[in-house]
Design a binder for this molecule. Structure first.
Ligand code: IDP
Ligand code: MG
Length: 150
């Protein structure tokens, strides 16, 4: 079962959209594994976004993600990485498909509401970066067999 890191970024938290994000992932059938509401340290932000260091938007990105609390979560399911990226929509909200979160609730790339891991490998790495093992909850839902084929 794949796992992916999801962040409701500061704009999503400030705009009262935590519930909307959770609701869409829940109704998709994905299973929540962990969640915490937290301030993001400079160090965590820099590690998380290390791949973007040196890009023109990097400083703005670090100040955006550290500017106010985020809701950090881990979600799992078959092809969870692709499924969650699809539900979020393209990075640039004006290129995101109608019905996606970024289409429905955002306009600008620097205020695009959410983060979601972009590969299975990065999903595992990001879950480890943001959460202690003891914060991950292993559980089964009664409905799992009606959502997951195997
Ligand atoms: P992703 O969040 O869809 O994976 P990435 O390319 O990994 O997109 O970029 C990380 C984040 O950096 C984006 O979600 C967005 O908040 C921000 N970002 C990316 N490109 C730009 C840009 O051109 N201007 C401002 N912010 C950007
Ligand atoms: Mg990314």
């Amino acid at each position: 079962m794949e796992r992916t890191l999801v962040l409701v970024k500061p704009d999503g938290v400030q705009r009262g959209l935590i519930g909307e994000v959770i609701s869409r992932l829940e109704r998709r059938g994905l299973r929540m594994v962990a969640a915490k509401f937290m301030a993001v340290s400079q160090e965590l932000a820099e590690t998380h976004y290390a791949i973007h260091k040196g890009k023109p938007f990097y400083d703005g990105l670090i100040s955006y993600i550290t500017s106010a609390p985020v809701m950090a979560m881990v979600w799992e399911g078959p092809q969870a990485v692709a499924a969650v990226r699809q539900t979020m929509g393209a990075t640039k909200p004006v290129e995101a498909a109608p019905g996606t979160l970024r289409h429905d609730f955002a306009l600008e790339v620097g205020r695009n509401l959410t983060h979601a891991s972009d590969s299975v490998e990065n999903g595992a790495k990001e879950v480890e970066l943001w959460f202690k093992k003891s914060e991950l909850v292993e559980w089964k839902r009664e409905v799992d067999r009606w959502v997951f084929e195997k």
